[in-house]
Design a protein around this ligand. Structure first.
Ligand SMILES: *[C@@H]1O[C@H](CO)[C@@H](O)[C@H](O)[C@H]1NC(C)=O
Ligand SMILES: *[C@@H]1O[C@H](CO)[C@@H](O)[C@H](O)[C@H]1NC(C)=O
Ligand SMILES: *[C@@H]1O[C@H](CO)[C@@H](O)[C@H](O)[C@H]1NC(C)=O
Ligand SMILES: *[C@@H]1O[C@H](CO)[C@@H](O)[C@H](O)[C@H]1NC(C)=O
Length: 326
């Protein structure tokens, strides 16, 4: 009798654990003809989020009932009739291309990197991005790429992927192994931009830690992620903390770990790259790896973003936001 009860309990436990560990994946479809979401920024209270798409718009997702609404753009002469619905391949100067973005929660300021127009900010009313910086140390940004806000101070860390190649010359920058990218800091108090680190090989992702002691920066071309210490003499000391190929954006979790969107070499073919998200802690120890091949095929993700226990996934190669739960 007793053994039977225990057996039943064990069975029940196994049943429940499979239920609990079940993976679910759903899609939040972008509006008709919209595609290429590159980055995500969440509002804490509402869970609404912002994303930048291929036709130059910054959209805001306002929940399942309202869906996406137009929120902003960085191209001063952008025309909706000319630009809305344009395809990733036609990414243009006229329409703009918002890539990285991050929200400063206390002030509701959305900091944005537009690949053509540089680093800027939007208030809660949206509209045209107020460009704050287009060059540093005499070198214009060719591909302002990703943004991270240190919430307590409002300081913003951002990257310029290359001082030579713009987003339309991305393939060339890969073939020549460009390493002219930079990590920059926007000081919220003085409004000054300073170069913190140079000679990065396509720094496409950045995330600052809660105490502003270090930033993680991914190098897409060099296939590595660095931890750059924000103290000591410049150039700052840095350590390689992850070597997944083709890393993209990096996003901090509320517990102080980081999700990196990256590739993983397929064991079977030994060459194909599979889209993955990898969670590491501040020391670079891998905590979890999530394989996204089932839903993305060989299309790499640009961002894996933990919000409210779910992973939200952006990829410039698709027309939806993935929501992964486990
Ligand atoms: C926007 O239009 C104005 C007026 O035609 C022009 O001077 C300016 O160069 C244009 N800017 C861009 C980025 O196309
Ligand atoms: C949207 O896509 C449809 C179908 O691909 C196409 O017929 C239509 O012209 C597109 N609209 C815009 C504004 O690009
Ligand atoms: C960066 O690269 C330039 C050009 O190759 C070189 O002159 C410079 O010393 C490098 N800087 C650092 C900090 O490595
Ligand atoms: C980075 O990884 C990709 C994909 O595995 C590979 O094709 C490329 O040669 C690597 N780049 C470098 C600089 O090692």
């Amino acid at each position: 009798m007793r053994t039977k009860t225990i057996a039943t309990l064990i069975l029940l436990f196994y049943f429940l654990s499979t239920v609990v560990s079940a993976i679910s994946f759903s899609k939040i479809q972008l509006p008709r003809n919209a595609s290429g979401p590159e980055s995500l920024a969440f509002e804490f209270g509402t869970g609404h989020f912002f994303t930048g798409i291929a036709d130059g718009r910054i959209l805001k997702y306002r929940g399942p009932t309202t869906g996406f609404v137009d929120f902003g753009f960085a191209a001063p002469n952008r025309s909706k009739s000319m630009c809305d619905g344009t395809h990733p391949a036609s990414t243009s100067l006229v329409c703009g291309r918002p890539v990285g973005m991050a929200l400063h929660h206390q002030t509701n300021r959305l900091y944005v990197c537009d690949a053509f127009f540089g680093f800027g900010v939007l208030g809660p009313e949206g509209g045209l991005v107020n460009i704050l910086s287009t060059a540093a140390d005499g070198k214009p940004y060719r591909l302002c790429d990703d943004v991270s806000v240190h919430q307590p101070t409002g300081n913003v860390y951002f990257t310029d992927a290359s001082a030579v190649y713009n987003i339309r010359q991305f393939k060339t920058s890969i073939s020549v192994k460009d390493s002219t990218g930079r990590l920059l800091k926007y000081n919220a108090e003085t409004k000054q931009v300073t170069v913190l680190f140079s000679n990065l090989s396509c720094p496409g992702g950045v995330a600052v830690d809660d105490r502003e002691k270090f930033v993680l920066v991914s190098e897409f071309i060099a296939n590595r992620t660095r931890k750059i210490w924000l103290n000591g003499p410049k150039p700052y000391k840095s350590d390689i903390v992850n070597t997944r190929p083709r890393p993209g954006n990096i996003r901090k979790t509320r517990s102080g770990d980081f999700w990196i969107a990256a590739g993983m070499i397929d064991r079977q073919t030994q060459s194909k790259l599979l889209p993955t998200g990898e969670k590491i802690n501040a020391n670079g120890n891998v905590i979890e790896t999530v394989n996204l091949e089932k839903w993305y095929g060989s299309k790499l993700a640009s961002e894996v973003h933990m919000f409210d226990y779910k992973l939200y996934i952006a990829s410039p190669l698709v027309d939806f936001i993935g929501v992964y739960e486990h």
